[in-house]
Design a protein around this ligand. Structure first.
Ligand code: MRU
Length: 366
């Protein structure tokens, strides 16, 4: 997408043709910085420290991480070690394992001297497919927004989103934001309510940044405002992304998503989940029991960072010293609260049957 008139993806190969470059998302919105990854450990750290984040981008970065590892040492032992290192970086987004399995799968039959080239090619395919997939999600989601716009007779369609499921969370387009960008670009008036998304503020820092750079009207709200806005008829639809969705349609996503789904349900507001099929974990069917929920360090809750009036970035403590803090990063929204899934193969009910019909080749025997 566009940043000051220049087109960017979130991950690409450097001019040397082998290093991997990313946008450091921990520094946004205050600084736009490109970071060069040259080793397996660089890639693992970028995912672990959330310089890259968002399920699809985590997957693409992990794929390139395996390529960097194979460039250094293409032995079976190193492939095994690199897979393990990357797989342990973050637990919830299933795209990570999906991408690692895909690259490892194509490497298995390759001789050591050809492995690096094969891994780079597969990582590039994963990245390109992510862009095409999100574009397809955008086209299907566009129809939903256009239908509401027809009823609004020129008034903006108000869409609430949580966390950042924008182009920064993917290779390009985003999942939840793809339909929004397409509607905006087609001249449909849209306005986005952006949940700030504590504790890491992906909404306030990242979604607001990217929507702003694309010129999409938006307003940042505190995480607790969504229900109030829905009660007053100020939300036409909710669109969120997902980090892992079960074969039965339970949606794992950023902490707080479940509460938005409850409020949407209570107020008759459609609750859509936009996701590529790489985010569906076909091996599990009970989200509450089987989606691993990442618990992160308490400092993310106890401290907050932002720009001072002087323009420096500062970090300040929010809670009394010594206070016990819990930091659950994701929650699970049961399928019954999901109006529809917006996938690259269409808008489908969040049910085992509909998911299996849309992606028959991915179904695994239970
Ligand atoms: O912890 P993060 O920032 O990696 O979590 C990402 C999210 O939860 C996104 O909102 C999302 O919907 C999944 S990525 C499209």
């Amino acid at each position: 997408m566009n940043v000051d008139g220049k087109r960017w993806r979130t991950i690409w190969l450097g001019d040397d043709g082998w290093s991997v470059e990313i946008i450091d998302q921990t520094r946004l919105p205050h600084a736009f910085t490109v970071v060069r990854l040259t080793t397996l450990e660089d890639a693992a750290r970028a995912i672990r420290d959330m310089q890259v984040r968002g399920a699809p981008l985590i997957g693409a970065t992990a794929a390139y991480g395996l390529a960097l590892a194979m460039r250094a040492d293409a032995s079976d032992a190193h492939l095994k070690e690199a897979y393990a290192v990357l797989a342990l970086t973050r637990p919830t987004a299933v795209n990570l394992r999906w991408a690692l399995d895909r690259v490892r799968g194509v490497l298995a039959s390759r001789p050591a001297h050809a492995r690096a080239e094969t891994a780079y090619a597969e990582a590039a395919r994963i990245a390109d497919e992510d862009v095409a997939t999100n574009e397809a999600i955008g086209k299907f989601g566009f129809d939903l927004i256009r239908d509401v716009a027809r009823l609004r007779a020129g008034m903006p369609v108000h869409i609430l989103t949580h966390c950042n499921a924008g182009w920064l969370a993917t290779v390009d387009w985003g999942t939840a934001t793809a339909p929004i960008y397409m509607a905006h670009d087609a001249g449909i008036p849209v306005h986005v309510w952006v949940d700030e998304t504590r504790p890491r503020n992906q909404g306030a820092a990242l979604t607001a940044w990217e929507l702003g750079h694309h010129g999409v009207p938006h307003t940042v709200i505190v995480d607790n405002a969504g229900g109030h806005l829905m009660q007053r008829g100020l939300v036409d639809m909710v669109i969120v992304g997902s980090d892992r969705t079960t074969a039965t349609g339970d949606v794992g996503n950023k902490i707080g998503t479940y509460l938005k789904a409850l409020a949407a349900h209570d107020n008759g507001v459609p609750f859509y989940v936009a996701l590529p099929s790489s985010t569906i974990d076909f091996s599990i069917s009970d989200g509450l029991k089987q989606i691993p929920i990442e618990e992160r360090g308490g400092d993310e809750v106890a401290w907050i960072s932002g720009a001072t009036e002087q323009g420096d970035v500062a970090r300040v403590r929010l809670v009394p010293e010594g206070t016990y803090v819990a930091n659950y990063a994701f929650d699970v929204t049961p399928a019954r609260l999901v109006s529809r899934l917006i996938t690259e193969r269409g808008v489908i009910p969040a049910t085992r049957e509909a998911i299996a019909r849309a992606f028959p080749e991915r179904v695994v025997a239970s």
